[in-house]
Design a protein around this ligand. Structure first.
Ligand SMILES: [Zn+2]
Length: 246
């Protein structure tokens, strides 16, 4: 088994931040291998960490993947972490995780012939993507207009501005409606974002949550399976959908 150090890791998936490649994506994807296999230094075992903020969409056992976790990130990319050690998984479905949070410990469960992490990245259509540029920070987990929206939300809610939504951003969200916080600075960013998403009924970006704003929010709520009341209730489903945490 050839083992190579993966250089220039910006977004680690192993706690000690040292990743040795044992099976790559590009040469093996045609054989149905959808991710990268890796181990720690001197074939050591390490804890597996979240590459970026997101929400846990899967935390379970399967015959092929063993104990595994899937995280959905802000721009709907999905990362998958397979073959973890039995009993080591620390997250459950719907948990919000931060970049670097421990998900579990590398193991040998499922279709695996030695302890390692199988790490994979998928787009929203479940097409496997090469994980390397994501590990090296050459590709981002967030699209530009979405990142601008998130930065605006974080600025106006006094959350550390990193352009990536997570539990902290959600916890600071406030209720917005035509009668509550209707002129809050965050309204402007929501208006811009709704426009980007194609909800043109939102009208002018004037920073005021009036009837047009309510109409656009109702439309957004309807499209996203939320209660259709025209109110963006703090920490509630409409906020989670706006922040792509669900
Ligand atoms: Zn693998």
């Amino acid at each position: 088994m050839s083992v190579t150090l993966i250089k220039n890791i910006k977004n680690p998936v192993l706690k000690k931040k040292v990743h040795y490649l044992t099976g790559d994506f590009l040469t093996r994807s045609k054989d149905g291998h959808k991710g990268m296999d890796m181990i720690g230094k001197n074939k050591s075992i390490d804890d597996v960490i979240a590459i970026e903020d997101g929400v846990v969409i899967t935390s379970k056992y399967s015959a092929s993947g063993g104990y595994f976790v899937e995280i959905k990130h802000a721009n709907e990319l999905i990362t998958r972490y397979l073959h973890m050690k039995k009993g080591s998984i620390k997250v459950k479905k719907n948990d919000l995780v931060k970049k670097g949070d421990i998900l579990g410990t590398m193991g040998n469960t499922g279709n695996s012939t030695g302890a390692h992490l199988h790490f994979a990245v998928y787009d929203k259509k479940r097409t496997p993507l090469d994980p390397l540029p994501y590990l090296q920070g050459k590709l981002n987990f967030v699209s530009d207009y979405f990142q601008l929206f998130i930065k605006g939300v974080q600025t106006s809610l006094n959350v550390a501005v990193d352009g990536i939504p997570g539990p902290k951003t959600l916890s600071k969200t406030i209720t917005i409606s035509s009668s509550i916080n209707s002129k809050h600075p965050v309204v402007r960013y929501i208006q811009t974002y709704l426009k980007e998403l194609g909800y043109s009924e939102v009208g002018a970006v004037d920073g005021i949550a009036g009837p047009k704003f309510t109409k656009a929010i109702k439309h957004f709520q309807k499209d996203n399976g939320c209660v259709v009341d025209g109110v963006i209730t703090k920490q509630n489903k409409t906020w989670k959908k706006l922040l792509k945490l669900l």
